[in-house]
Design a protein around this ligand. Structure first.
Ligand SMILES: [Zn+2]
Length: 74
């Protein structure tokens, strides 16, 4: 698997476990992602979706990342 895919899987697992949406910045901090570019590449993965919502961490309304296959309301 490529590195973006591995990272995408880590992000998906994290989001699934928390059953919440997080913004890019908070995900980078929590998952110790190497760079914003690495995060961007991971977000291309099918298992992740970006939408506008409230981040579970910083509580601000912005673009958040969700796990697509999950039972999260869109
Ligand atoms: Zn956040």
């Amino acid at each position: 698997m490529s590195r973006p895919q591995l990272l995408a899987q880590r992000i998906a697992t994290f989001l699934q476990k928390r059953n919440a949406a997080y913004c890019e910045t908070c995900l980078i901090e929590r998952l110790l992602v190497a760079s914003r570019a690495a995060m961007r590449a991971a977000l291309e993965a099918d298992c992740l979706a970006v939408r506008v919502g409230v981040c579970a961490d910083c509580k601000s309304r912005k673009q958040v990342v969700t796990h697509r296959a999950g039972r999260l309301a869109a």
